[in-house]
Design a protein. Structure first.
Length: 549
């Protein structure tokens, strides 16, 4: 007789706890109680970390690899410090699934020995710990993606992306939590529980890469590898104050990655970096391109990192939007837009209004693609253990939803809608040449990923701006701007809704007190396969706009 799913979950969680060294376990005298919501600064305030550990863990990835290369730090020192901080992050925000500390330390020792022996590093990521969303395979551990039925099936080989990054010198050391099915904006599942936001534990860290966003924000990782099919890199980064990149298909390997919607190619998930500086995005992407992933993964395009494409115009022109013409964003996001616009214009860049109304149809197309099988896949993988689907998933993909699978003809018709929309989007983008005044269309579009900042747990939001990017395969970055201000982010007295959905959104937002301490970030849309340009523009925006919190 099969074990109850609750017992499997309990055993799995106990094994995770046992993988944390006892001297890194917080005792009751120091561990913040449940009434403490903001734990972001715990490492500095607690005295649990040495000055050197704080210096190491709060560096950027670019600084870490430089310091190791110049022998200021060793790989062993770095992996010990960041593993300790990741262990504490797990105890405070529940962000990890698999702990790989022993293997990581052994790898760091090998790298240090190599550097001493050969008087050089193995590659540009030499000694850099990199965390991976639970989808990515690390040999010898599970990739459960939140499903009880996937427990006890350890990977027999690494994901191709893991292999390439390790070849460049990276050190895998943890995997991070996701929502079961990967298809929710909140990271919670029956196997590992809920991941919370370190800046306010009443709020979500986003989904589906919410374990990564919580860990990287807490400085328990330098670069986390997430995935994004509808906002799963962009939203978590925005909710926790990070930079991120959702690349176009073919730039980052997705081979040997555990996934849902396997074989569904109408709208694909993409893997990309989540980090604390634009320079770290460049480090990740340029290093990966130098590994020639197209020689290892047939889905990767033979495109090296094109330094010429990083040479963006001195005076950029951005489109900017507070919404899609049907639903506008809440006050914190509007304020972030205003800050960004003002500072870009003051720095000599041009900003024009651009309403991405195509996003409304994109949302409808994507939702139809996601429900084409009537929820059969999700039902199969939860029925296998007897665990229930989360109520948000049950409502549109569970047995009780009674969703009718689409016919082949219906799926083809929906995919053709995408093709038509892609042409409309191109024409809209190209049409801005009449407004830019420089003979070229906008260089990028700045707008929110979601209409709101980080939200409270178990609140299902029903509108999103993020579906154009995966549907049309647009390179999209995200950057932090500010955080919710209880005084400034009130709903204006003269506010009028654009639609019933717009009214619903603002009724949910209600007041900034529902989102205290939430970071507020924005998205930067480029064209397809513009990873170099978008990364360079993120650097420009960061230098001009900065981060206010």
């Amino acid at each position: 007789m099969a074990k109850p799913w609750q017992d499997i979950a309990r055993t799995k969680q106990q094994a995770r706890l046992a993988a944390i060294p006892p001297h890194w376990i917080l005792d009751g005298s120091i561990k913040p109680g449940p009434s403490v919501q903001d734990v972001q600064d715990f490492p500095r305030a607690s005295g649990f970390f040495t000055t050197e550990e704080l210096s190491i863990t709060e560096a950027t990835a670019s600084e870490v690899v430089a310091n190791i290369a110049h022998r200021k730090w060793t790989a062993v020192e770095v992996i010990k410090a960041v593993s300790k901080r990741a262990a504490v992050a797990q105890q405070l925000v529940n962000c990890l699934t698999e702990i790989y500390f022993e293997q990581a330390l052994k790898r760091a020792e090998e790298l240090d020995a190599y550097q001493v022996r050969e008087d050089r590093t193995v590659g540009p990521l030499h000694g850099l710990p990199i965390s991976f969303k639970d989808q990515f395979n690390l040999k010898g551990v599970d990739s459960t993606i939140g499903y009880i039925s996937y427990v006890g099936k350890p990977a027999t080989e690494d994901s191709t992306l893991v292999t390439l990054l390790v070849k460049a010198g990276a050190i895998p050391y943890v995997k991070t939590n996701v929502p079961a099915t990967l298809m929710m904006g909140e990271t919670v599942n029956n196997l590992f529980g809920r991941t919370v936001n370190p800046r306010n534990r009443k709020l979500t860290s986003g989904g589906s890469s919410g374990g990564e966003s919580a860990l990287v924000s807490f400085c328990g990782s330098y670069i986390g590898v997430g995935t994004d099919i509808g906002g799963s890199i962009r939203d978590p980064c925005n909710f926790t104050g990070l930079f991120g990149l959702r690349p176009s298909q073919g730039r980052v390997s997705y081979q040997h990655v555990v996934n849902t919607y396997v074989g569904q190619d109408a709208v694909k998930s993409a893997a990309g970096p989540m980090c604390r500086s634009p320079a770290d995005i460049r480090l990740f992407m340029s290093t990966l391109a130098a590994q020639k992933p197209w020689l290892h993964d047939p889905a990767c395009l033979p495109i090296p990192w094109r330094t010429e494409e990083e040479k963006v115009p001195t005076e950029l022109c951005f489109g900017i939007a507070v919404g899609d013409g049907y639903v506008n964003s809440s006050p914190p996001l509007r304020r972030a837009i205003a800050i960004t616009r003002s500072k870009l214009e003051a720095a000599g860049h041009k900003v024009i209004d651009f309403v991405p109304h195509e996003g409304v149809e994109a949302l409808d197309i994507v939702q139809k693609m996601w429900s084409a099988d009537g929820g059969a896949e999700f039902q199969r993988d939860t029925d296998a253990s007897g665990e229930p689907l989360h109520p948000h998933l049950e409502s549109w993909a569970g047995h009780s939803a009674n969703v009718k699978p689409q016919t082949v003809e219906e799926m083809w018709a929906n995919q053709q809608r995408r093709n038509v929309l892609a042409r409309k989007w191109l024409d809209h983008w190209q049409g801005t040449v009449a407004e830019t005044g420089n003979g070229r269309p906008i260089d990028g579009l700045i707008m929110p990923s979601t209409p709101f900042p980080a939200i409270r747990h178990d609140v299902r939001y029903s509108w999103h701006y993020g579906h154009l990017a995966p549907l049309l395969d647009l390179t999209t970055g995200v950057f932090p701007v500010t955080k919710v201000d209880v005084e400034k982010d009130q709903i204006p007295d003269d506010w009028q809704p654009l639609s019933d959905k717009d009214r619903e959104l603002m009724e949910y937002y209600e007041k900034p007190e529902n989102h205290v301490n939430s970071p507020v970030g924005l998205a930067l849309y480029g064209r397809r396969l513009e990873e170099e340009k978008v990364t360079a523009m993120l650097q420009v925006i960061h230098e001009v706009v900065g981060v206010d919190y």
